[in-house]
Design a protein around this ligand. Structure first.
Ligand code: HEM
Length: 158
């Protein structure tokens, strides 16, 4: 069973972080190039809606499978050991995305961005691009650290 959980965990991470990489490195720069600031958010929301739905269930699946493995292998002790920084990186990445997708965006960010983009569209767009770059960087550090770490190699001590 934990092997199945690991396979599901990686599948969820591939779909979710792969989508974040696509949005950050392809979609956002192309929308910037092809549209004036006032149009960008409309285009972005139309294109991103399906991915946001996909991101919600892949985040849930990655979290459930991750916690299941932690419980089955009894890995809780890793969270107090610095050499398992990549466990913290996974948990931090997951927490930030879960909060964004399930709490901050629906309750507050969507409306705040709509208001901001109506008055200062260029600044609002830059903030969206920067936020995506930071989240992608954090995710990639977590992926690299976790793949190496779960096979016994601490990338930071290399
Ligand atoms: C609630 C959050 C999460 C928990 C509790 C969790 C837990 C785990 C556990 C227990 C493992 C197995 C470690 C081992 O075999 O020593 C694992 C592997 C892995 N996790 Fe997570 N994880 C979480 C979120 C994430 C996120 C957000 C990412 C990516 C950004 C991620 C990427 C990976 C990868 C790539 C592996 C390695 C798979 C392999 O090479 O076998 N995890 N995770």
């Amino acid at each position: 069973m934990p092997e199945i959980a690991r396979a599901l965990h990686v599948l969820a991470v591939v779909l979710w972080i792969g989508g974040v990489a696509m949005v950050t490195t392809v979609l956002l720069p192309e929308i910037r190039r092809m549209h004036v600031p006032a149009e960008r958010f409309g285009v972005f929301h139309a294109l991103e809606r399906r991915f946001a739905r996909q991101a919600r269930w892949t985040v849930l699946l990655a979290g459930a499978s991750g916690f299941y493995m932690t419980w089955r292998y009894d890995l809780w002790g890793r969270f107090v050991m610095a050499e398992f920084w990549w466990m913290h990186a996974m948990l931090a990445t997951w927490t930030v995305f879960a909060l964004m997708l399930f709490v901050i965006e629906p309750l507050f960010l969507d409306r705040a961005l709509a208001r901001w983009s109506a008055t200062r569209p260029e600044a609002a767009w830059r903030a969206v691009e920067t936020l995506h770059r930071i989240l992608l960087a954090l995710s990639l550090v977590a992926v690299a650290g976790a793949v190496a770490g779960s096979h016994g190699v601490n990338l930071l001590a290399w």
